[in-house]
Design a protein around this ligand. Structure first.
Ligand code: ZN
Ligand code: ZN
Ligand code: ZN
Length: 249
């Protein structure tokens, strides 16, 4: 009898901040309009032209796909362990073994199911969390750039307005031509904007830390639950034949 697959894959995937489908709409943070995710990068190329935002977001999307792929292979191999099916290698890499020689020695073929699972989680942890950290760093960088861009657009509008109101020629030195009061207001806005950027940086950093902690917690919980499920099998129904492997990508 095949045991019911656990709810673990869901849990494992639950730390994904936004598991958006490609044809789903998402809000563009630059212009606040709804854009389909699969055309979002193209949209950004014009909407945030001249900034690093499109490039940053392209890398974020790429890394998010990669994180999903890493979750996916762990989840699949867990189910293969449950069902006593051949285990999947990616690019000939065994997730339990730390290198090709070790895999060639075949020691991984005779370990307990729980050991194999634990080894896969452990060996992939560093790279996995590095990717998650990088995603947060890139996203935060894009978010700060976005705020700066909005501030610059606002400032451009204000300056245009001041030029009109005080009849300042284009090319004339705005700061020198402005009455002291208006100059003060302008400086105040600039100061507020700078403060807003610092405040946002701090908040984003804090959020990223919290999200990373949550990812670690979710992944550990996953492993614990998966181990519980395989432990009974290891005891009641130990493997007699060694593991088999198939290369899937
Ligand atoms: Zn994930
Ligand atoms: Zn936009
Ligand atoms: Zn191996």
């Amino acid at each position: 009898m095949t045991p019911e697959p656990t709810k673990l894959p869901e849990l494992l995937l639950s730390h994904h901040t936004e598991p958006t489908e490609l044809d789903e709409n998402m809000e563009c943070g630059v212009c606040n309009t709804e854009v389909k995710k699969n055309s979002f990068l193209e949209h950004l190329e014009c909407c945030a032209a001249g900034t690093k935002i499109p490039h940053l977001m392209m890398n974020v999307f790429f890394l998010e796909e990669e994180v999903i792929a890493r979750d996916d292979i762990l989840e699949k191999n867990f189910l293969h362990l449950v069902n006593d099916e051949p285990l999947e290698l990616r690019n000939q890499n065994c997730l339990y073994c730390s290198n090709a020689d070790m895999h060639a020695d075949g020691l991984c073929r005779n370990v307990k199911r729980t050991h194999f699972l634990g080894g896969m989680f452990q060996n992939s942890a560093n790279e996995y969390f590095d990717m998650i950290k990088l995603i947060h760093a890139l996203k935060n960088q894009a978010t700060v750039l976005l705020l700066k861009m909005q501030q610059k657009r606002k400032m451009d509008r204000i300056i245009l307005l001041l030029q009109v109101v005080f009849r300042i020629e284009n090319g004339g030195n705005l700061m020198e031509c402005l009455p002291a009061d208006a100059f003060k207001v302008l400086k105040k806005i600039e100061k507020k904007d700078t403060e807003a950027v610092s405040k946002m940086r701090l908040e984003l950093r804090k959020n990223a830390e919290e999200e990373l902690n949550f990812s670690e917690l979710a992944r550990n919980l996953c492993l614990e639950e998966m181990v519980k499920e395989l432990l009974t099998m290891d005891i009641k129904n130990p493997r007699i034949s060694p593991f088999e492997f198939v290369n899937t990508a």
